[in-house]
Unconditional design. Structure first.
Length: 94
């Protein structure tokens, strides 16, 4: 299992989520994906990979954190800011 946080550096709630995960790291692997990365780097392949992932997980709002299995299938989606503690509680219930 791992977590993926989709965020934007221009979004206040996203910056709060990044800070939450930095200050209180989850117990499982976390990948933080800045959706503006492809634009900032002027790299269309990065931009395309990010948006394909967002579409695959049904992400329409930011920040969104997804909990996925080892085969990348979605277990749970957390939309908007979420405390690490809440994610950990959800993991324990699996």
């Amino acid at each position: 299992m791992k977590l993926i946080l989709f965020h934007s550096h221009t979004c206040k709630q996203c910056r709060n989520q990044v800070k939450e995960f930095t200050d209180n790291p989850p117990s499982i692997q976390l990948e933080m994906v800045d959706i503006d990365a492809g634009v900032k780097d002027n790299d269309s392949s990065v931009f395309e990979r990010i948006y394909i992932s967002m579409r695959n997980y049904g992400i329409t709002d930011l920040p969104t954190t997804v909990l996925i299995n080892d085969d990348n299938s979605l277990i749970r989606k957390f939309i908007d800011f979420v405390e690490t503690k809440e994610i950990e509680e959800n993991i324990l219930m699996l």
